[in-house]
Design a protein around this ligand. Structure first.
Ligand code: SF4
Ligand code: SF4
Length: 192
């Protein structure tokens, strides 16, 4: 783990991470309900803001996605993410600013840091995509307590989402995206 005093970071809101074609903005159930409730979207409208990444036979899961739970859909196991344009720009980016900043997903709140709690304590490091972030090296040294607070929230969201996906994938419900959104929308664990 890096020493916090070695890492200076202040986001300059350049939007580089929001238009990076190699970065997929994965979502948890709480991310989905936070955005849907914040924008007043029905489950059907929320589906239009999503992409479902389904590795084809033999394809490897892209780096960074291997720890994100996959959900069963009518087209196979999928990772849910925010929709991007063909050139990689997030649906919610406008004039280099995030239109949903206050309710942005955990993946966006985390960048350029990554977290891990596979051992007893939470550890953190820098994203493999750190090179694109001009906020790194800018501003004051990061406070470890701030990073751990974000990590705790994000990892808790992921844990609850993992529990949900395991239940969903084994359930007798017809595994359509439409039913999935209704289930996420009505699951009290995702209320934020
Ligand atoms: S690339 Fe870095 S500085 Fe730019 S918006 Fe993203 S987190 Fe902020
Ligand atoms: S939700 Fe906001 S912060 Fe996240 S990628 Fe989209 S525009 Fe950027």
């Amino acid at each position: 783990m890096l020493a916090p005093s070695e890492v200076h970071f202040e986001c300059i809101r350049c939007g580089a991470c929001c238009r990076q074609i190699e970065m997929i903005v994965t979502l948890t159930g709480r991310d989905i309900t936070r955005i849907a409730n914040g924008l007043g979207l029905t489950p059907k409208q929320m589906i239009r803001a999503l992409d479902f990444y389904i590795p084809h036979n033999g394809d490897e899961i892209p780096p960074g996605l291997e720890h994100i739970p996959q959900v069963l859909t009518e087209n196979g196991l999928a990772t849910i993410a925010l929709k991007k344009s063909e050139d990689g720009e997030c649906l919610f980016l406008k004039d280099s600013l995030c239109m949903i900043h206050e309710i942005r997903p955990g993946a966006c709140r985390s960048f350029p840091f990554v977290f891990d709690n596979s051992s007893e304590a939470i550890s953190w490091g820098l994203s493999a995509m750190k090179r694109i972030c001009p906020g790194l090296g800018n501003g004051a040294a990061v406070k470890e307590s701030d990073i751990i607070d974000t990590a705790t929230e994000v990892l808790e969201d992921l844990k609850i989402y993992r529990e949900f996906t395991e239940e969903w994938n084994q359930s007798n419900i017809t595994h359509t995206v439409s039913n999935l959104m209704t289930s996420i929308n009505s699951d009290t664990r995702f209320l934020v």
